[in-house]
Design a protein around this ligand. Structure first.
Ligand SMILES: Nc1ncnc2c1ncn2[C@@H]1O[C@H](COP(=O)(O)OP(=O)(O)OP(=O)(O)O)[C@@H](O)[C@H]1O
Ligand SMILES: [Mg+2]
Length: 255
């Protein structure tokens, strides 16, 4: 699969959607399972807004957001994907578009309808970052952000927001307040347990909690599916993480 992705990403202005070029890949299978779990956990949610974040850069937050949105859309759900990483969001590259004309413009007064890219895929609408602003946290904190989501989300079954790294900047905590579910994306070999614990702690301090942790880029053991180079996503609630209860205890003790 790595080869497929590399072959398809030679054009630096474009990023490949795994769910489109390799719909039978185990990573896509993992995301399909996550889609089912997500739909279940969102069935009684206050709103249909989901935030995909993660502790640090390069975890695959955008990779997960784009592919999850595409997979949800392909199952007939009406989906809005928003690039909420106003620091360096790249989601427009998955849809062969420009950055300009997106969220930062909406938050500085452009009507949302003017920035909505409809049907970038069947059932999938998209809002890019817009030009990267000098004050992302301030923009995202504006009451306008909440009202834009309230205006747009009734038109969709799911609104997915991709965000900047949680441990680096406050943006994920700001956006998390608008979401019914927050998921932490971690990456095999890169994320340290302490970073997950710290992310959970920061969310807790802001009165929020993650609905689950996504384990990205785990390689399967040789022989299980015949190819140990495939990537896969694991999805688990915090309780299912081996060390999660200790993490929770640490937070409680330190609170
Ligand atoms: N499971 C995967 N298999 C192969 N490539 C992956 C996988 N997950 C992520 N990548 C690649 O890793 C790189 C980093 O992923 P991505 O941009 O989604 O991370 P991010 O968490 O959004 O980072 P940032 O904080 O910089 O926005 C990208 O080139 C992406 O295509
Ligand atoms: Mg990203």
């Amino acid at each position: 699969m790595q080869q497929t992705l590399v072959t398809n990403s030679r054009d630096p202005t474009r990023l490949p959607l795994l769910s489109r070029i390799a719909s039978m890949d185990v990573a896509v299978e993992g995301l399909r399972s996550f889609r089912t779990a997500l739909q279940f956990c969102m069935s009684h949610a206050e709103n249909k807004v989901v935030l995909i974040t993660g502790p640090t850069v390069g975890m695959g937050k955008s990779f997960v957001s784009a592919n999850l949105a595409a997979i949800l859309a392909s199952s007939g759900r009406k989906v809005l994907l928003i690039d909420g990483d106003l620091r360096d969001g790249q989601l427009h590259r998955y849809f062969h578009g420009q950055r300009a004309g997106g969220l930062s413009d909406i938050l500085t007064g452009t009507p949302a309808a003017n920035c909505l890219r409809t049907s970038v895929l069947e059932n999938l609408d998209f809002i890019s970052t817009g030009c990267l602003p000098p004050n992302p946290s301030e923009l995202l904190s504006k009451p306008l952000m909440k009202s834009v989501l309230a205006e747009l989300s009734p038109n969709y079954d799911m609104v997915i927001i991709d965000a900047a790294p949680l441990l680096a900047v406050a943006d994920s905590l700001i956006l998390g307040a608008y979401a019914s579910a927050i998921f932490l994306t971690t990456r095999s070999g890169l994320t340290r347990p302490g970073e997950i614990a710290e992310s959970i702690k920061r969310l807790a301090r802001a009165g929020m909690s993650a609905k689950g942790v996504l384990f990205n880029d785990m390689s399967l053991r040789a022989g299980r599916y015949g190819d140990r180079h495939h990537y896969v996503y694991g999805y688990g609630t915090l309780r299912q993480l081996g060390y999660a209860s200790d993490v929770q205890r640490t937070i409680t003790n330190e609170a």
